[in-house]
Design a binder for this molecule. Sequence first.
Ligand code: FAD
Length: 295
Amino acid sequence: MYLIEKLYEPLTIHEALELLDADKSALIIAGGTDLLVRMRHNRASSVKLVSIRNIEDLKKINILDDGAIEIGSFVTFTQLAESGLILDSIPMLKGAALSMGGPQIRNAATVGGNICNGATSADGAPSLFALDAKLELVSKGNKRIQDIQEFYLGPSKVDLKKGEILSKIIIPKIHSDKWAGSYTKFSVRKAMDISMLGCAVVCVLNEDNAIKDLRIALGTAGPTPFRCCEAERVAIGKKLTKDVLEEIGQKALLSARPRSSWRASKEYRECLIIELVMRTLQEAYEKAGGDAAKC
Ligand SMILES: Cc1cc2nc3c(=O)[nH]c(=O)nc-3n(C[C@H](O)[C@H](O)[C@H](O)COP(=O)(O)OP(=O)(O)OC[C@H]3O[C@@H](n4cnc5c(N)ncnc54)[C@H](O)[C@@H]3O)c2cc1C
């Protein structure tokens, strides 16, 4: 049973911030697909909820003048998967959205909730790390922008202050015609399963198909999602041969801290990291216009 003492349903961000400021014990609820499960297991102490589901400003996906894409925190995974703007500008996010849960969960679950929940297995996180996403966090009388990489502090722990709402996720434009991204989720079941490993790659190529910029992000390979910086560095200026691909896969492992769980052993995850990084990179490289047949 859910013992909900009070449910606030504000219509604006301003109203929600006032409520959170007035009642410090109230929790934000978006789709509820994580929070209600936690409450059911009595792991959420407060039963006063501020629902953000009626705030229209949080449900929009926009393109800004500088080409950046803004995703409202209450955009659901279904909305993300069905957005023409996302398909045209960042198709890898459609793939990530569809890898998540099943249709019912995607209809309710929001991108903001996925991030604020702080899980290393969040399917939205690796792509947003690889896309260098910025988060807009608002509180009464204050607004700050934070890199997603600095937002994750530890397992289920994010840098969200009391009274703060994640309002938008901003994805800066990549100024190149030769770039692409991919997300691969590895899980035992095809749907309704948490990832055993998630890997997102953004690959930007030079005119001669050498790697100009590479971003590799992993989920469920450590306490939080993270970027594989050493692997990214060794790739710069190189074309993707079989040897380069293997070198990048091996280097990605240096950034990872996988552990054994009932889903998979640490050793199994290590093999998976190398393999998934290689596969996802090859796919992104090919989509960006590189000749993956030479790998
Ligand atoms: C059956 C099932 C299958 C699932 N499968 C997957 C899966 O395959 N992949 C996956 O990644 N996840 C999965 N999940 C987990 C969950 O659905 C996602 O993490 C989802 O994105 C959470 O979003 P929500 O809107 O439901 O968040 P909520 O449950 O409403 O909130 C989650 C947390 O974030 C906080 N919060 C929410 N929005 C904001 C905001 N805008 N500002 C500040 N704080 C906020 C809440 O206070 C709460 O602490 C699954 C869950 C279930 C029940």
